[in-house]
Structure formats: C-alpha cells, structure tokens
Write a protein that binds this ligand. Sequence first.
Ligand SMILES: [Zn+2]
Length: 273
Amino acid sequence: MPELPEVETVRKTLTQMILGKTIDHVEVYYLPMISPHSLESFKNKLHHATLDAIDRIGKYLIFRFDTINLMVHLRMEGKFFLKPSDAPRTNHEHIIYHFTDGTSLRYDDVRKFGTHGLKHDKELHTTLPISKLGYEPSDSRLTKHVLKEKLKTDRAIKTALLDQTVILGLGNIYVDEVLFCAKINPTRKARRTSLAKCETLIECSRQVIDKAITLGGSSIRSYTDSLGVTGRFQNELKVHLKADELCELCQTPIRKIKVNGRGTYYCPTCQKR
Ligand SMILES: [Zn+2]
C-alpha cells in the first residue's frame, strides 16, 4: 500500500506533468469507484474543467479544478499513467481522463479499491474520514500535549500509531521505523507513553517522514508511483523487513512479531519493554 511519502511523490510527479490541462471527456469502466455514483453527473462536472493545482490531505490526492475538486485515494494498488488519448485501454484502467491536448490520465487499479470523488471546497474538510484525520508529523499543531491526549488508550503503541486520527500518514513501515528511532517497544501500552517520549515520537516521525519524502518513498512490494520512480528510502530502513539482521546500534538480531495482526519489526535491546 502506498504510504504518505509515496503519495507525496505521486503528487509532485503529476503536478509536473498535467497542471494546466483541461478535461475533454471522462471514461469510467467501474462505477463503484466514483462518487457521485451517477455517471452522467460525474462526467458533466468534469467537462471542460481545468486543473489548477494538486494538493494532498494525508493520503488523499486533491485535484483542484477551476470548477470542482477531485479527491482520489489510491488504497492498495492504485497508480496513474499519462498516455496518448488514443492508446489502447489495458485491463486494469478503470477511469480515463481525456485532456483537450490529446493526452489522457489513466487510473490503473488491479484491486479496484481506489476511490475518485468530486467535492466542492466546503465539502472537502467536512467529508469523512478527512474531518477525523490527525495532524501530519510536519504540522506545528502536533504538540506533545496533543499527542499525549490522543495516546490515552489501552491499545499497543504500534496499533495506536497506525490509527490515522492520531498522527496522519504513518503506515506500517514507518511506524516500525519511528518506534525504533524513539526506542519504544511496539507492544507497550500507548497510555504509558510519557510526555517526554511523546516529544521524541514527534521528532522521530518528522525525521523519518521527511527523509522518506526526500528519497521518494520506499517502494516495497509491487508499488511504484505514476512514472515508475523507485523510492530509495527502502535502503534507509533500520528495522522493517530486517528480521534476524543485526541492529546497527547494538548488533542484536532484529525480531519480527505480530501486533494486532500486523507484521512488526523491532530491536529487543534498543526497544526494551
Ligand atoms: Zn538495537
């Protein structure tokens, strides 16, 4: 699943490629993927719309057209490709946005879990689940006091940090890396995190996510972004997918466990219970 740094890479890449283009017409081959579910309405609202900007809220891409916003979530396997309008459609291209300049943006999704919704400005921040999302690591509103409040739960810290209402944008890979950086055992109860550790967690989240964004994400498994750019962050991972390799700080073998069903990697020495 693409995580926040990968989605940011997609946003930057698409911005360079399609900003200023105007939609001629849209083809939809899988109706449950779009909202409103009325095909007529979806097509009409995008007809002759010009793309002014591409923003991101958490892992949602927001295509800001002059008339309406298109909110896209890539879910498990969503990818974009830019192709000539007359290029043949492949099996997994479910939505094609044709531009007036003879190019087209193809949304390719093997699993069909992605979503494309049209939203007015006002609706954007009131739409669930966007309205419930937490702050991203880089957001100055994310303070140790805010985090401490959000961690008042009996769940394991690993599970709590995967909840996007706590810190926005930390997925499975990055939570493992952040907990290693903060030297916190992933099974520790979230509510036992001290204020000082909350501060460390925020600093570590910033470091890990900033570095991943700089390097274009981690591209683990089959995920590649819209241009096939391969993220280099996977070379920087300290614990995730490193079972039995030696911790770079203390030489203890990295351990793999399951926390609430999620594969979790940590150093049993640096991250003592
Ligand atoms: Zn260690």
